[in-house]
Design a protein. Structure first.
Length: 310
């Protein structure tokens, strides 16, 4: 089923307001290219960023020496914890599971990793530094999402254009996807999110969201001018879906939030850009249990919090 999302059903202006006091970093602390964001059950906001490294190809061989994961208080914006030094080559996607473990994808090492809430490495999947298209290798894995039953869904997106499902213990279960524009095909699956029934894939270069059941069965695609170029996608407990549209590289990038209902109809949206930004690339999005929306912008090197205007 194809749903056109060209006609918004709500005025997007002033739907959400920027919390200009958030975050509140200590002096001397800042973000590099920020690429992943998620919120845990304690309202901690985790941010994955590249510190002093930028996306360059070929990727460097050495890990980033600075901390690359920040944990912020969702209410105050204060930095509660930071870690991730000497672990990652090119940070990309981040997710938090139901037990508040932190999962990340490193496109530089071709791996995904599971960490405890405090940053202890618990599990790695994929062979470090080795690309592949089989059950045990990735090729620049872009994002991941953990379902309520612990299943691990990975968008192995930049090279393999596939979605992979692992069991909660990290055992390969299934995969689907191939290059193309048809249902179940992808052109750079860049972001992924899950709820109890469905998987939502930001099929970036195809300018659409594809919806699947947890078994990989295609359900729908949502596309249209208002969807734009989706880089990241987040679910919300009330059933709405939030998309971050990063625009077209290199010269027509942006940071724009689109809000959909469970049927793929546009409810509204807002810009996550500020006049002070020299350039924007909205890269990922997350929604807290309280409804606050968090957007990371890789080129503006920011994380911003938006609160719904009542």
């Amino acid at each position: 089923m194809v749903v056109s999302a060209n006609s918004a059903t709500a005025d997007p202006k002033d739907t959400y307001l920027l919390d200009s006091t958030w975050p509140s970093f200590p002096e001397g602390v800042s973000l590099g290219q920020a690429t992943g964001v998620a919120v845990d059950s304690h309202n901690h906001v985790f941010i994955f960023h590249r510190a002093n490294r930028e996306w360059v190809e070929p990727f460097p061989d050495k890990e980033i020496q600075q901390d690359t994961i920040y944990m912020l208080n969702g209410s105050t914006g204060e930095l509660s914890n930071s870690w991730g030094s000497d672990l990652f080559i090119m940070p990309h996607g981040l997710s938090v599971d139901a037990d508040d473990n932190v999962w990340v994808t490193d496109v530089g090492s071709q791996q995904i990793h599971k960490f405890s809430h405090e940053g202890k490495l618990l599990k790695s999947i994929g062979e470090a530094g080795v690309q592949g298209a089989d059950e045990n290798h990735f090729a620049l894995p872009s994002d991941l999402s953990i379902s309520n039953d612990g299943s691990i869904f990975v968008s192995d997106g930049y090279v393999n254009t596939r979605i992979i499902k692992f069991t909660s213990s990290g055992v390969f279960e299934m995969q689907w996807g191939s290059p193309g524009t048809k249902a179940g095909e992808f052109d750079l699956p860049h972001g992924i999110a899950t709820d109890r029934e469905h998987i939502y894939v930001a099929d970036r270069a195809n300018s659409r969201i594809q919806v699947f059941r947890h078994t990989g069965v295609f359900v729908a695609e949502w596309k249209g001018e208002n969807i734009g170029r989706p880089y990241g996608v987040a679910t919300y407990k009330k059933g709405n879906l939030f998309i971050i549209d990063g625009g077209d590289q290199p010269d027509k990038t942006r940071s724009r939030v689109i809000i959909l209902n469970a049927a793929g109809e546009v409810l509204g949206g807002f810009t996550a850009e500020q006049d002070s930004d020299q350039k924007n690339l909205g890269h990922d999005i997350a929604v807290g249990d309280d409804g606050a929306v968090y957007v990371v912008d890789a080129w503006a090197r920011t994380v911003r919090k938006y609160i719904r205007k009542e």
